[in-house]
Design a protein around this ligand. Sequence first.
Ligand code: BGC
Length: 246
Amino acid sequence: MNIGIDIGGSGIKGALVDLTTGEFASERLRIATPKDSTPENCADVIARIVRKLAPHASDLHIGITVPAPVVHGRIPMIANLDQGWHDLQGDEFLADRLGHPITLLNDADAAGIGEVYYGAAKGTPGIIVLTTLGTGIGSAVINNGQLLPNTEFGHIEVDGQDAESRASAGVRERENLTYPQWAKRLDRYYQALERTLWPDLFVVGGGVSKNHEQFLPLLHLKTPIIPAALRNRAGIVGAAWAAVNG
Ligand code: BGC
């Protein structure tokens, strides 16, 4: 049985995933991320979700995403969860707590896998750059189906500032930016990515991508840019895929 779990700053989400279609094979469960988002507290929430999704299963493949880079299962830095995650060998910690083998990966990498294998970029050859616009900015780079993990392009410097601190969807809300005002910042951001990567396609994920008509047409790029198709399913689907295909 394949389970994908997506740990975010505000919610921990999970579902059973049918990997032949990329569809959910259960409802999507969501529990608010504990205020004190330590690894222990998050693991307890994940255990509740897993028990509910698969009360009797013993042969579980569980993929879990975190909003941080994951280097051979270890989390070298983390911005939007408790610092207890910092430097943690996260895969071993969670496997221990949950009693199942775990594949741990970056949330945007998981979303990228989801969109390339099952979603908006399915069947598109070449270099796909997926960005997730949420509390932060996540990135995934996939070349002909092969993921280059942990690219962290939300943290490139644009106009002298960390890109995420200017152009994330969270910043748009905090600063009450209109879509045209925000699009100016996004334009600078995607142009910087374009100049350095020359991708074949940009895919834009994150909750705000459902409003893509408000900002994608305002961008001036040479590269085609399209909204994600799986929306809030992408991370869970990609995590489940990674648990099996590694
Ligand atoms: C983190 C990334 C993550 C992104 C989206 C950034 O702040 O550094 O690892 O993918 O937020 O959650």
